[in-house]
Ligand binder design. Structure first.
Ligand code: SAM
Ligand code: DTB
Ligand code: SF4
Length: 335
């Protein structure tokens, strides 16, 4: 695939993170309330101050342990508490994971993100995933893991194995977290995010839009992400994938402009972060995705599957990127 021209080097590699500004929820609500095109324009300007407008970071996802999760998260098809018809799969073999990682790299992904349906890993799991991380890293890919809540010392072990990013989402407005997730708290999530930062890992932290939340609650989620200090390097904004059998299967449809507004507000409040247009793209028309890129999204999940649900085919995305003159970013170890 055509790669990002070297002379168009990512601008944010050159500038350090500034002191984070504290975002009050009402300030974020004011951004949401801007006239739609003014909001997108403002986000596009800020995007161009920190990044090259044609650069897109590509991450490929793989579920390395699927389903049968003891947690109760109303959005998730992998919870054992809901009958979603999902086939459980124990930990994949290292060879199988490496095969998928090689394909992802050959297709142009710069990062390989591995997910496990756990509340959190056990010490034995950390040994297993550490070996996997070592081998994926050796392929020349950036590595990301999303394994749930971490206990003391686990983040350091993952860092030592070669993990670059840890994904741990705040998912929704702190004040309504308990209405969506019933087996852990928002504070539990912050605790793990603290451990991840302390260990020197990069943070990937975002949320889900379209879970019957109000606009002020969307603003609350964005404020909680933007107020992480330092701000996350990567911010995945997911549109809820409605899976039959989950309590949120019948969540109210959200107008596309509201999703684009959320991307724009994430870009404005987290100017130096990669904002990822994440789950839900299979249900988004091309023009809506283009609007998200205009509003400052500069990363996607790339590959025909998310964790358990579908994502656009890689060929489709290559064509979309070509139409929009977007180039995949190469990772720092390959440029
Ligand atoms: N078990 C770990 C955890 O909960 O952190 C890691 C895997 S979990 C599936 C990772 C993230 O996937 C969740 O935090 C949520 O943001 C996202 N996710 C899960 N189900 C989703 C859905 N139906 N639509 C959109 N995003 C979803
Ligand atoms: C994130 O924010 N979204 C990804 C990744 N991080 C782990 C997961 C999306 C999952 C969508 C539902 C599924 O495929 O199971
Ligand atoms: Fe388990 Fe993570 Fe799904 Fe919650 S979001 S049910 S913790 S896999």
């Amino acid at each position: 695939m055509t790669t990002f021209p070297l002379h168009l080097k990512a601008k944010n590699e050159l500038t350090p993170h500034p002191m984070a500004q504290y975002w009050r929820k009402c300030q974020v609500e004011e951004l949401f309330a801007l006239p739609f095109l003014d909001l997108v324009f403002k986000a596009a300007e800020i995007h161009r101050q920190h990044f090259h407008s044609q650069e897109i970071q590509l991450s490929t996802l793989l579920s390395i342990k699927t389903g049968g999760c003891a947690e109760e998260c109303e959005y998730c098809p992998q919870s054992a508490r809901y009958d979603t018809g999902l086939e459980r799969q124990e930990m994949l073999k290292v060879e199988e994971i490496l095969e998928k990682a090689k394909i992802a790299k050959a297709r142009g992904a710069s990062r390989f993100c591995m997910g496990a349906a756990w509340r959190g890993p056990k010490p034995k799991d950390i040994e297993t995933v550490s070996e996997i991380i070592r081998q994926v890293k050796a392929l020349g890919l950036e590595t990301c893991g999303t394994f749930g809540l971490l206990e003391t010392g686990m983040a350091e072990d993952l860092k030592n194995a070669g993990l670059d990013y840890y994904n741990h989402n705040l998912d929704t407005d702190p004040a309504r977290y308990h209405k969506v997730v019933h087996t852990r708290s928002h504070d539990d999530r912050l605790d793990t995010l603290g451990k991840v930062r302390q260990a020197g890992l990069k943070v990937c932290c975002g949320g889900i839009i379209g879970m019957n939340e109000t606009r002020p609650e969307r603003a609350g989620l964005i404020a909680s992400l933007a107020n992480l200090d330092p701000q996350p390097e990567s911010v995945p904004i997911n549109q809820l994938v409605k899976v039959e059998g989950t309590p949120l299967a019948d969540a109210e449809e959200l107008d596309w402009t509201e999703f684009v507004r959320t991307i724009a507000v994430a870009r404005i409040t987290m100017p130096q972060s990669y904002v990822r247009l994440s789950a839900g793209r299979s249900a988004m028309p091309e023009a809506m995705q283009a609007f998200c890129f205009m509003a400052g999204a500069n990363s996607i999940f790339y590959g025909d599957k998310l964790l358990t649900t579908e994502n656009p085919e890689a060929d489709f995305d290559r064509l979309l990127m070509a139409k929009l003159d977007l180039y995949p970013l190469q990772n720092s170890s390959t440029t």
